[in-house]
Write a protein that binds this ligand. Structure first.
Ligand code: MEV
Length: 412
């Protein structure tokens, strides 16, 4: 079966039917879908384990990125997010995305430097030796073409006096990279401090992955969006976010609804990516991570840029079976390709929110799924669920007590 992301009616299928469809298309086995983290492996991952937290894993459909179709796994508890991204992805002929080389920054803090600017020069002079020493930590990464590539240094002023901040730039290939970078920083810090004639203190990765940006853009059909008025509304909604941090926090949160869901599905570090995204958004004044304008045909042109430090190997991407399943479904070949999918998904998610907010509001979409959950909580089963949910949504009374009343009436 040919792989396509255009799975019309996917949402109408049962869980079993959806699995069957994916299995046929992606050559997955039943075994693959039984993937689950066991309490035993969880107990090896962190400390003091007592239980597991589970999240629904859904599939966003309709995504074509750089001419390739992707089915995107999303782990999220919030209703409407998966449906909204899939719906917006229908409205473009495709996303165009790029991701920088996976270069991470490791920071080494040097304090008590008497002549910080001369110290900076002494460190830069020995760049080659620092890189060689760092690369001795990870011959495998170096063999793959990665490893430490450059050294930068800055002097900063602090209440404790000037400090020399040295950045080790490391190509981490398909890993998120924290372990490799932290090990290298700890290894070279004594040498760097000796060169600077100061004391080393912190040696740690920076989550502001400025050299690891991912970008995507796409043209969205004005008619599918709901017409010119909706397009204009979306642009004004974007301008509101760019001019007002109270709105921008929520606007960027909507972007991260999509990105985090894929980050979590693939076992990546969502705290790191969140930290990088919002710090990047704050450079030059907190602003939107997306941009929108109208082209000469009146269609909407959207774009996104943010740092995305994600991996396809290492950490939970390899040790969590559900992350492995997600990566199989995506079948991305590199961390850069995964970052391209994340950026495209973030753009789609943001546009879905802006479109709803600038037209009918988001509550209707939210309420439909919420109503189904409430119907289930009230005891509805099978076909009853949709009937009870629809009645509550129409009445705008989405409550368990009302769901119970409707159920009782129906069952009489
Ligand atoms: C809700 O999780 C996300 C939104 O609030 C995003 C936004 O307001 O742009 C809908």
């Amino acid at each position: 079966m040919e792989k396509t992301s255009k799975l019309s009616g996917f949402y109408k299928l049962s869980v079993e039917e959806r699995r069957k469809k994916l299995a046929e298309m992606l050559e997955l086995s039943e075994e693959d879908f039984r993937a689950a983290l066991t309490i035993e492996s969880a107990d090896r991952m962190i400390e003091n384990v007592i239980a597991l937290v589970q999240l629904p894993l859904g599939i966003a459909t309709n995504f074509t990125i750089n001419g390739r179709d992707y089915l995107i796994p999303m782990a999220i508890e919030e209703p409407s997010v998966v449906a909204a991204a899939s719906n917006i992805a229908r409205m473009t002929k495709g996303f165009h995305a790029t991701a920088d080389e996976p270069i991470m920054i490791g920071q080494i803090q040097i304090t008590d430097v008497k002549d910080p600017f001369a110290a900076k020069v002494r460190v830069i002079e020995k760049k080659k030796e620092i890189i060689e020493r760092a690369n001795q930590c990870d011959p495998i990464l170096v063999g793959l073409g990665g490893g430490a590539k450059d050294v930068e240094a800055r002097v900063i002023d602090t209440p404790s006096g000037p400090m020399l901040i040295v950045h080790l730039l490391v190509n981490v290939k398909d890993a998120m990279g924290a372990n490799a970078v932290n090990t290298m920083c700890e290894t070279v810090a004594p040498f760097v401090a000796e060169l600077a004639q100061g004391k080393y203190l912190l040696r740690i990765i920076s989550n502001l992955a400025m050299h690891r940006l991912a970008r995507a853009w796409a043209v969205f059909d004005k008619d599918m969006l709901g017409g010119e008025e909706v397009v204009d509304g979306i642009i004004k909604a974007f301008e509101f976010a760019n001019a007002d941090p109270f709105r921008c926090a929520t606007h960027n949160k909507g972007i991260m609804n999509g990105i985090d869901a894929l980050v979590i599905a693939t076992g990546n570090d969502f705290r790191a990516i969140e930290a990088g995204a919002h710090t990047y958004a704050s450079l030059g004044g907190y602003h939107s991570l997306t941009q929108y304008s109208k082209n000469e045909d009146g269609d909407l042109v959207g774009s996104i840029e943010l740092p995305i430090a994600c991996g396809t190997i290492g950490g939970a991407t390899s040790s969590n079976p559900v992350a492995k399943l997600s990566l199989k479904i995506l079948s991305v070949k590199s961390s850069q390709e995964l970052a391209c999918v994340m950026a495209s998904l973030g753009l789609a998610q943001n546009l879905a929110a802006l479109r709803a907010l600038a037209s009918e509001g988001i509550q209707r979409g939210h309420m439909e799924l919420h109503a189904r959950n409430i119907a289930i909580m009230a005891g509805a089963v099978g076909k009853e669920i949709d009937i009870v949910a629809e009645k509550m949504a129409n009445e705008k009374k989405v409550r368990v007590d009302r769901a119970k009343e409707i159920l009782e009436e129906m069952r009489k």
